[in-house]
Write a protein that binds this ligand. Structure first.
Ligand code: F6P
Length: 410
């Protein structure tokens, strides 16, 4: 019996990863690659994001190559190269030329708003067959994922990479309890998230009692209330310590300048115009000590949040989304991005809980206000419910003691 020709025999699909890496990128590449191969595609990888389509191009053949989807980061490497950067108007021509030179028929762009926004423009302006694929630890790329909280339907976001990062944040924060407790200190823990507090909220699962996020700036008026809250929570805590999580992008009132602003790590901006943030935890820790007299220290989790292996939830999430990519490829339905339509437990992560978003509709989405109580400077039970779909509360390291005090002999 003659074997049937597979539908995409002889066609080539290429994958690229752009923007900040996440632990789920290799898992996404593996998921898309294995499904595309089964359809008959030859599968290429473009190295260093859009940069790999400039100049002579930098393209590798992934077909029939073993691929490790547990190892975090991206074996294709990443960059923040912007095809539409004003500094070089010939980039679009170079990209189109290289897609032809390498015989690429379909392009899958794994990225956040920047990478997929550029892909969308290439699809709309040049008709390049593109399928977007979401990723970001900041979780701020709109996915229209509905979170059903006791019948209340909340439009949330769930991007691959975020569940792994969130789990890591919860674990790191849990660990910090022992040192904070030993010194009766406040630990101010800085967590990535330029414009959105989704990831900072994961610190709650590690025991953070107060959280500051970009969506709710600490203005001159709110600063005093914040210090009062810090004192209240600290002195009420049984063991007199406090874990306080702050997003790197929290807007903080600076007495010297009289402005509410972020703390910049450098004056550089990337090709998409994003500055680098970092250091707000140090500023907040020293101001807390000054205002309350309580010893405070800063700890920047920085890149730890996005490092390490892909966690189980993310692996299954990207599998379900990769199944949806197959759907799009079969129907030659381009300019779309698969998303999780309903917030799902690990067991429910199946293609029937996914949908597609027109790439024209993608964009940034910060944390819905409904998840945070600004008066308490803290996330509420709705957000804890959201997180509980993919993180268990890490085991609190606890050593409860009540040693009897010894009276001196005389
Ligand atoms: O991709 C998002 C992100 O991880 C942000 O949370 C962070 O501000 C930024 O990337 C850091 O970027 P870079 O890797 O360029 O330093």
């Amino acid at each position: 019996m003659a074997l049937l020709k597979r539908p995409y025999e002889g066609k080539t699909l290429a994958i690229l990863t752009g923007g900040g890496d996440t632990a789920a990128l290799n898992a996404s590449i593996e998921g898309i690659k294995s499904r595309a191969s089964a359809l008959g595609f030859r599968v290429y990888g473009i190295r260093r994001g859009w940069k790999g389509l400039l100049g002579d191009g930098d393209v590798v053949d992934l077909t029939n190559q073993p691929y490790d989807g547990v190892y975090g980061g991206t074996a294709l490497k990443s960059s923040r190269t912007n095809p539409f950067s004003g500094s070089d108007p010939s980039r679009i021509e170079q990209i189109i030329k290289n897609l032809k030179r390498y015989g690429i028929d379909v392009l899958v762009t794994i990225g956040g708003d920047d990478t997929n926004g550029a892909a969308k423009r290439l699809y709309e302006m040049e008709g390049i067959p593109v399928i977007g694929f979401p990723k970001t630890i900041d979780n701020d790329l709109k996915t229209k994922t509905i979170h059903n909280y006791n019948g209340e339907l909340i439009e949330a976001v769930l991007c691959p990479g975020f569940p792994s990062a969130a789990k890591g944040v919860a674990e790191f924060v849990t660990r910090l309890a022992t040192t904070a407790e030993s010194h009766s200190r406040i630990m101010v823990i800085e967590i990535m998230g330029r414009d959105a507090g989704w990831l900072t909220g994961a610190a709650v699962m590690g025991g953070a009692q107060i959280c500051l996020i970009p969506e709710f700036p600490i203005t001159k008026e709110r600063k005093q209330a914040f210090f009062e809250k810090v004192k209240e929570v600290y002195y009420k805590s049984k063991k007199q310590y406090l874990l306080l999580a702050v997003a790197e992008g929290v807007r903080w009132y600076d007495e010297k300048t009289g402005k509410v602003d972020v703390v910049y790590a450098s004056s550089e901006v990337d090709e998409y115009g994003h500055p680098r943030f970092g250091g707000v935890s140090g500023v907040i820790a020293s101001e807390i000590t000054k205002a309350t007299g309580i010893d405070a220290r800063a700890q920047n989790l920085g890149y730890l949040a996005r490092s390490g292996d892909c966690r189980n939830y993310d692996r299954r999430l990207v599998s379900a989304l990769a199944d949806k990519v197959v759907d799009l490829m079969i129907r030659e339905d381009y300019g779309k991005m698969p998303v999780l339509s309903k917030l799902s437990t690990y067991q429910e992560l199946e293609v029937y809980n996914t949908d597609t978003l027109d790439m024209g509709n993608i964009g940034n989405q910060s944390l819905p206000e409904i998840y945070y109580d600004p008066e308490d400077f803290q996330f509420n039970e709705r957000y804890v419910d959201f997180l509980s779909y993919f993180i268990d509360k890490p085991k609190q390291i606890r050593f409860d003691h009540n040693f009897p005090k010894v009276k001196p002999l005389f």
